[in-house]
Design a protein around this ligand. Sequence first.
Ligand SMILES: NC(=O)c1ccc[n+]([C@@H]2O[C@H](COP(=O)([O-])OP(=O)(O)OC[C@H]3O[C@@H](n4cnc5c(N)ncnc54)[C@H](OP(=O)(O)O)[C@@H]3O)[C@@H](O)[C@H]2O)c1
Length: 362
Amino acid sequence: MGSSPTLGTKFRDGEFRRVKVRSFIVADKNPRGRGIEGGAGADQAKAFPMKAARIHSHGGHEVLRVDTVARPSPSDRQVLVKVKGASLNALDTSLRAGEMKVITQFQLPKTLGFDLAGEVVECGKRVTSFVPGDKVAAMTGVGGGAAAEYASVDQENVARLPEGVDMLEASAVPLAASTALQGLRGIAQLHAGQKVLVSGASGGVGGFAVQIAKLLGGSVTALCRDEHFDYVRGLGADEMIDYRDDGASKIDERFDVVFDCSAKMSLEQVQSLARHGGRVVTTRPEAKKVVQGFIDRLRGAFTYDVIMVRPRGGDIAFVLELLRQGRLQPCLRKGFPLGSVADAHRYFEEESVAGKVVLTVD
Ligand SMILES: NC(=O)c1ccc[n+]([C@@H]2O[C@H](COP(=O)([O-])OP(=O)(O)OC[C@H]3O[C@@H](n4cnc5c(N)ncnc54)[C@H](OP(=O)(O)O)[C@@H]3O)[C@@H](O)[C@H]2O)c1
């Protein structure tokens, strides 16, 4: 890895691009294992079996099963990783519940899991940056497959773990921290001295957003439950407001950047909280908001963008280096063994979790 990252460092033009939902789905270069998941590959499964957390239908956490399936084979530009930890993201529970099936159109059964840390055990013919034995963290793209004993990932979506970074802690980081980084530094272009509102500050993305906003020099107001105030203050937030009882409506300041990582803020709320010319970034597209945001942008009121996180090894390396330096906390809250994936989903959805939940693999 190169020199220490500075959050003020500008990357090449175009590195942070706004991506429509459609391109997020199309950008998945890694829909691997579909044939195997669909039932083929019985011989491979016998020869190279592994455990994988899969859904066979959409629904509650009871639809999750741990199946014995064939280990994926890396394609030319992929590495096969022996997974140590795979984090839970809201994407896992949304896909399991079938909320996005119209746009994703996955074949079932489907292995969930979209980011991981582990050890490279095999490399495709054209892999130049990694060798077996490397300890890495990665994002899978929307193809998923991280919630398993082994996962194949494109080499561009992988970063080597810096010396001294704990693998399980690292597994909590790639997707959520990349979303925060790309949303705040990329889209919002947050800079020192700006006021930022982070909604969903105790959640997976939100915890990294608070920290990254502070590292970029912002002053952070965080919306979360009051029982998580200490946690969020510990991440660096300057002010905390309980979002319940319409807490957001009691805020009388205007923010340069509103980052809605809860994806729960109404259009009226963001309109009243963003300053004229400010930037609003949300983690979930909603047609009405996008259209109104476009109108607001034309009026010069504020920009309204949806972040669709892109898997990028460079961004993952960047946040891992911050972790090594102790400038970023991993936000790891709780680990569940892969075999208890249904309990992990239940905990993630039904408890108010401050931080990240990971699946651990022996
Ligand atoms: N577009 C992308 O690329 C992308 C990437 C990552 C995530 N996402 C989306 O971003 C959202 C967050 O993901 P995540 O993984 O961080 O989920 P998460 O860990 O469940 O975090 C969500 C947070 O929102 C809080 N929250 C719930 N209702 C709220 C409200 N009305 N006001 C303020 N905060 C509220 C929750 O707090 P309590 O439940 O404790 O109150 C929780 O802390 C999800 O919708 C996810 O699908 C999108």
